[in-house]
Design a protein around this ligand. Structure first.
Ligand code: ATP
Ligand code: MG
Length: 213
């Protein structure tokens, strides 16, 4: 995916959040994005995912502009773990195999994704395991468990492109590096884009971009 002189702002007279960004992210590589709060990291990801269209410059995937059908196909190849993971009012398994009918859920794959996200042990220690309900009357998840559930959800999809927006910020350093290692080891052909506050999180990325001002 390529960014060609990409500039983006919210609204017609707002400040430029992204200003003349040029980036080339080869398929199968990993990109780490760092920068202070409000520097435009999430905005950069939204442009990368084709959710926001830059006012200046363009984004291309395999040389094709990220519009219309091409954009929808691109989005179908993505798995995104947002800063705040949404939990559905269903079971743990249903939350990992998100948006998939109960009968179609592949339980083996659910468990494999949970293991990769270092959540399997916790789930199995709860009454009901993968069939336990999430929420007020069911299993309560901590911030870090919620994040790992979001990662397991993304891994279940086995998408070609994985986008993590501070998806491990609530984990302790050891668990975080286990999760990142598991993601990296899972499939070298996956393209990974990771936003992180801690540089340690992205030290193994092929490329690091720092946003400022
Ligand atoms: P954080 O580390 O806090 O998540 P970030 O680097 O992800 O920050 P962005 O969310 O990309 O930063 O925001 C970049 C700038 O754009 C900020 O100044 C923010 O106020 C502004 N911004 C973000 N979303 C909107 C929006 N929907 N409308 C207007 N301005 C926005
Ligand atoms: Mg952000």
């Amino acid at each position: 995916i390529r960014f060609h002189d990409v500039s983006f702002r919210y609204g017609e007279d707002g400040p430029w959040v992204l200003d003349g960004i040029n980036l080339e992210i080869p398929a199968g590589s990993s990109l780490g994005v760092v920068g202070g709060t409000g520097s435009g990291k999430s905005t950069l990801l939204d442009v990368f995912m084709g959710l926001l269209t830059p006012q200046k410059g363009s984004v291309t995937v395999d040389g094709e502009a990220l519009t219309g059908k091409r954009c929808r196909a691109w989005q179908g190849a993505l798995a995104h773990v947002p800063q705040h993971v949404y939990l559905a009012d269903t079971t743990i398994a249903g939350n990992i195999a998100f948006g998939i009918g109960k009968e179609q859920i592949d339980v083996e794959r659910v468990a494999a994704a949970a293991r990769q996200a270092r959540l399997d042990e916790f789930i199995r220690s709860r009454a009901g395991g993968y069939d336990a309900y999430v929420g007020e009357r069911g299993v309560r998840l901590s911030g870090g468990q919620r994040q790992r559930l979001g990662i397991a959800r993304a891994l279940y999809r086995s998408a070609r492109v994985l986008v993590l927006d501070e998806a491990t910020s609530a984990l302790d350093a050891v668990t975080e590096s286990e999760v990142i290692d598991a993601i990296e080891a899972a499939d070298r052909s996956t393209t990974v884009v990771i936003v992180a506050h801690r540089v340690a999180t992205i030290r193994y990325c092929d490329m690091i971009v720092e946003l400022s001002d």
